[in-house]
Design a binder for this molecule. Sequence first.
Ligand SMILES: Cc1cc2nc3c(=O)[nH]c(=O)nc-3n(C[C@H](O)[C@H](O)[C@H](O)COP(=O)(O)O)c2cc1C
Length: 203
Amino acid sequence: MKIKKEKWDTLDGVLDKIWLMLEQGAAHSDDPFHWPVLGTKAKEGCSLRTVILRQVNVPDRILVCHTDARSAKVQEIMKSSQTSWIFYHPKKKIQVRISGHARLHARDPYADRQWADTSITSRLNYCTFEPPGTPIDKPSSGLPDFLRNKIPTILETEMGRKHFMAIAVQIFSIDWLILKITGNRRARFEWDGDRLHATWLVP
Ligand SMILES: Cc1cc2nc3c(=O)[nH]c(=O)nc-3n(C[C@H](O)[C@H](O)[C@H](O)COP(=O)(O)O)c2cc1C
């Protein structure tokens, strides 16, 4: 009898599935991979925060998220471009840990394209007068009066463009782990330029 190979039984199959899960995460807000945690090097150890996975470019191995250019993470990336990401899918019990070098895009055609694709509600995130993390006297969105408590027009949100930044991270390694009753599995994928080294690991 021929034993059917599962997609998790080969390193190629695992990697294909990882790319698929990342693409689905970027495309669907109800997918757990839409909400990864991004880690940057900070003064004291590492700094972690939830972000939205906006885009995945599989051929170039690039993950994209958006942020406010005035945020702490941008300062941290300027000091060290090395970033870490963690994705977890609770139903599939799959953890994907990714390391990669970040490139910041503020005022270039790449950022213009990303900005053009943002929704009005996302754009509001970049419209605060004060930078994210500024102490304030009472709870507030930090938005100017004319943008508060209403859905603004796309033109009104254009003021956010100057604070908008796309963070594009080129992946250099992926650590994949699946928990299964029949035995956990773990694999590592590492790129040296375009050369891929893939290996199974003891979970
Ligand atoms: C569900 C969720 C999604 C978020 N998505 C983003 C995002 O895509 N980009 C971003 O800059 N901050 C996002 N944030 C806010 C960050 O987690 C963080 O609070 C903020 O960016 C400030 O981080 P920093 O001071 O480390 O730069 C999100 C927060 C939550 C709870």
